[in-house]
Design a protein around this ligand. Structure first.
Ligand code: NAD
Ligand code: MG
Length: 391
């Protein structure tokens, strides 16, 4: 039986890479549903190639456009729209690639977990926002959660197969989360305030969506990943160490009590972790070239500079504060990144905005999704107030 796959966010960078891997294994996988926010033409092309049962768009207007196009090409894909439809197609597949960017991906990702599916998680913001609830939904419903973020996929590969936090750590001393340092690792600190969105998006090693590219430049991406690692692997904040590794060849490491350090290496191409997640525990061709280690020659490692990257310190603090603090931080960051991309605030306003929102919004207990979404909304309002003050 072929596995039925839903890709949430199929027109994005991760979505496109996932379809590339799937297209190499038509005997294993069948696309059940594809979703996009607004890019009708791209979603149409994907439907023409993969013939999914369902396609989901953000609005009814976009959905009508796609439905007309599909009809005129005799493609039987049924078109739906809106947040409830995202949850529906997430619940009805065998495997869900959660690759929507930001808080918008939380509800369908958690719906897939609650339906006991195999969830391939790229959408780190979902886990940052709702960590405990998400992990509870996974364990209570016998879902399988496999990390697609390259670092967490690497850590997952380096942990013992029977690793789980109930068994008391299995000799794991520390997780070493590698970070490229982004485009501004070497830039003169006094000029950071003037950097443009174009400069911030130009990542040295990875081609990714805009939001995660800016997050990489501020290193909030690594901050989100620290919180993600905490939830995925049950590791306390002080056992997660961020290591700058500009080549992005080692995708992360696990340090054991006996002195062993296990690492996963590879070319920086998301198709490797995607293929690993899809086929786990098997390994399949991903289209990624074999790593030529002698060509790379040198690997470097540094401690991160928290003055250059204040977002990293903010994220560690939010993790330690717990409750809805990470959700508030995430929402503030989403607004800040968009405002920076829109030219409304400067690069150095991003950490300032996030700190200001964390101070302004009360850190309530993260007891249910409604509370988390309320705190997310309050954080967005507070973030807009900050932007008005800056202007
Ligand atoms: P992207 O911007 O390229 O794609 C985002 C996708 O989400 C698109 O298909 C878009 O249509 C959809 N989307 C956006 N807003 C939406 C909304 N409000 N409702 C419904 N759908 C919406 O992003 P990406 O780089 O592919 O990243 C996706 C996720 O994967 C992010 O959480 C990111 O942090 C994570 N991730 C990405 C990479 C990478 O290499 N790109 C690596 C690790 C983790
Ligand atoms: Mg990553």
């Amino acid at each position: 039986m072929k596995q039925q796959i839903t890709i949430l966010g199929s027109t994005g960078s991760i979505g496109v890479s996932t379809l590339d891997v799937i297209s190499r294994h038509p005997e294993r996988y069948q696309v059940f549903a594809l979703t996009a926010h607004s890019r009708v033409d791209e979603l149409f092309q994907q439907c023409a190639q993969f013939k999914p049962k369902f396609a989901v768009l953000g609005t009814s207007d976009a959905a009508s456009l796609l439905a007309d196009k599909l009809r005129s090409h005799d493609i039987a894909t049924k078109v739906l729209f809106g947040a409830a439809a995202l949850c529906e197609v997430a619940r009805d597949a065998d495997v869900v690639m959660a690759a929507i960017v930001g808080a918008a991906g939380l509800a369908p990702s958690i719906a897939a977990a609650r339906a006991g599916k195999k969830v391939l998680l790229a959408n780190k913001e979902a886990l940052v926002m709702s960590g405990q609830l998400f992990m509870d939904a996974v364990s209570e419903n016998n879902a399988t959660l496999l990390p697609i973020d390259s670092e967490h996929n690497a850590i997952f590969q380096c942990l013992p197969h029977d690793f789980n936090r109930q068994q008391g750590g299995r000799g794991v001393a520390k997780i070493l989360l590698t970070a490229s340092g982004g485009p501004f690792l070497q830039r003169d600190l006094s000029t950071l305030g003037q950097v443009t969105p174009e400069q911030a998006i130009a990542h040295p090693n990875w081609v990714m969506g805009k939001k995660i590219s800016i997050d990489s430049a501020t290193m909030m991406n690594k901050g989100l990943e620290v919180i993600e690692a905490h939830w995925l692997f049950g590791t306390p904040a002080d056992q997660i160490e961020v290591v700058i590794h500009p080549q992005s060849v080692i995708h992360s490491m696990v340090s054991y009590q006996d002195g062993s350090v296990l690492a996963q290496l590879g070319n920086p191409d998301m198709r490797t972790p995607i293929a690993y997640g899809l086929a786990y525990p098997e390994r399949i061709d991903s289209g990624v070239a074999q790593l030529d280690i002698t060509k790379i020659g040198q690997l470097q490692f540094y401690k991160p500079d928290f003055e250059r990257f204040p977002c990293l310190a903010i994220a560690f603090d939010a993790l330690r504060a717990g409750a809805t603090s990470p959700a508030i931080m995430n929402a503030a960051n989403e607004v800040a990144v968009q405002a920076f991309l829109d030219g409304k605030i400067g690069f150095l306003h991003i950490p300032e905005l996030i700190s200001s929102v964390l101070n302004a919004v009360e850190n309530r207990a993260a007891t249910d999704l409604e509370t988390i979404m309320q705190q997310d909304s309050l954080a967005r309002i507070s973030a807009q107030q900050f932007i008005s003050r800056v202007k």
